[in-house]
Design a protein around this ligand. Sequence first.
Ligand code: 0X9
Ligand code: ZN
Length: 750
Amino acid sequence: MLPLLSIIAVSCAFNANDGAPPERHSYAGESVVRVKLKSIRDVRLIDALSIDMWSHGIYGGVAEYQVTPEQRRAIDASHLEYCVMIDDLDAAIAAERKRIEDAPEGGVADFAWFAQPKDLAAINARLDALAALRPDIASIVTVGTSLEGRPIRGLRISALAVGTPAPAILFDATQHAREWAAAMTGMFCADQLIEGADNDPRIHTLLSQIEFFVIPCVNPDGYSHSWTTARLWRKNRRNNGDGTFGVDLNRNWGYQWGGAGASSDPASETYRGLAAFSEPESAAMRDFYNAHPNIVANIDFHSYSQLVLAPWGYTTAPNAEAALFQSIGEAMKGAIASETGANYIAGPIGTTLYLASGGSVDWSYGARGALSWTIEVRDTGTYGFIIPDGEILPCVRESFAAALTMAEIAGRPAVISLDAAFPATLMSGVATTLAVRVHEAVAGSVTDRSLMRRVNGQAWQSTALTLDSGDLYLAVIPPLPCGATVDCYIEVALVGGSSVRYPTTAPSAVLTAAVVAEQVLAEYPFEVANTQWSYGIAGDSATSGVWVRGDPIATSAQCEDDHTAAAGVQCAFTGQGTVGGSAGAADVDGGVTTLLSPVLCTMTAGARLQYWYWYSNNLGGAPNLDEFVVQVSANGTSWTTAATVQSSATAWRAADIALDALIPVGAPVRVKFVAQDLNAGSLVEAAIDDVRILTTACTAIAGDVNGDGIVNGQDLSTLLSQWGSSGSADFDGDGSVSGPDLAVLLSNWS
Ligand code: 0X9
Ligand code: ZN
């Protein structure tokens, strides 16, 4: 934080209301309630019984709504369950105003500037002061002019001279006026980038590579209005000509403008405007993007809900680089958690929040290819837009941590990510293929893409990635011996000789996996009869749908094929139906039916039970009430539940259960699968296939003195150094390393 003691708020030269103070909008008697949304009917009801939605609610969750006293009485009379977040909205707003008025004037030392929200004049004054403080790295940019004539201002921050070819990153905030915490976040980003320019090595490096633009208030008219007149103003200040004001700037951008989650009603808080980019504020931002084709990434800050949101907003369909977005989003979420411990959720807008078309990040990514996120900062609804003073600093700190992490990953000519987490273990003896995304932010900048690997700490080896499709490349780790440890990283070489790596700091940070072997202790694919398995046992109460083994005949609830259609046709399932039978044909009725295994193996440390299952219970008179239970036993008499399934699917699903906590080592392992139709009658169908018990331990190889899974020169030299005395190479245990030990080693030479 910079010691800008000389800055005090200056009066706002562009305030259209320079004369008499405007009359404040009264929220008298209004409150904010959090409503439990148990059905789609609840969502519709509360929409009708509220004046504004503060956060979005989906069926099954909770959301906050602003309500009048009449609406609250109607909610009281309804079946809706709610609790009160802000009982007296006017009082909460007045208390916030008083805190701001009482704050020490010009309190700008240390973090004090971030102790209270700041109005537009204070924001503009501070932008000027920051530029004046470090003219070598910071300069004012003016993006354009708002409808009411206010400049939309920000800072360019970089150690690079203007015009130097480099990727640019844009942080912008406050498209929505009332989201004051977002404006503070933008200001903190600017402040910290400048503050850390010389003394924070991460920031120093970033400023030498990237041109940053920070626009803390994209909607200055609305922002002013939220300070002077209506605290909860969201949109810009367009006079819609029908008595209503305001276009939602974040519904006015021109990518899929006019789609879902935006309103054509001028009175709506999500009014999209008459046309894409009809508003001077969004049009100015578009022009700014177009004037800076080097913008490769963006964060658009909003409040509230604690979300890191990626495109798309206009559809729930994933974008072509969804995996890349998710992995960078998760990195931001992690940076936030390590800064303050706060929990944010990372995901695409459409599936994490709601559909919202015409948003800035959809345009930024869709029309410009920039990796763009919306971050909804604090809180999760306790105070909502009226963020308590003490929460501003942690809020902006964690958001800046996310911004910095994003810049380090995405502010490069190429961006690397893995589709799935790097595996902790690899199977020995088989190649492992990793799906790697290489997003070329600056086209033509990449010369080479490779997987770097080293086994047991030896020399690094390189293999080229192969192109699959789009930005997806495949990296193949060749077969490795059991017991080995492999370190990997991805390296993308750039024109000019520099490179981008994943992890970014490789090889000081690497991706590490242990190579293990799968040992199957027991396996039953149900293809051949095994009379030791019991299909229904004494004490079962089902009157139909008892377990059988065979080739199932499908109904709309039961499978037609076993799991491994290629390797056979048989599985265990609950009751054989007839061709063309109804959904309820031979389903489980009247009670319990049990599929019981014989002793499958002796328990070994680390053993896992794997099987494929089919379970459907969402049809019939009382759907979704029953459960499928899997139990294991160490003695055949007492049983421990290893898994229960309530969710229904007409598909085979895999299960993988660690047995360590369930069965003591050395005990005989038995398993049973229990399908049941209890209480009210419903339609239950289950099937089981490919039951296996396995471990992932390496078998010791005789002669492998250092236990790295390979018998090679290292083992030989250890053996020779122990020649004639006792030691780890005394395989036959005769007290002396000698000829017979050497013979063992050579016979197992890898
Ligand atoms: O609805 C919005 O515009 C944002 N939420 S807010 O509560 N701050 O209004 C979410 C925006 C998601 N981003 C896009 N749809 N582009
Ligand atoms: Zn917003």
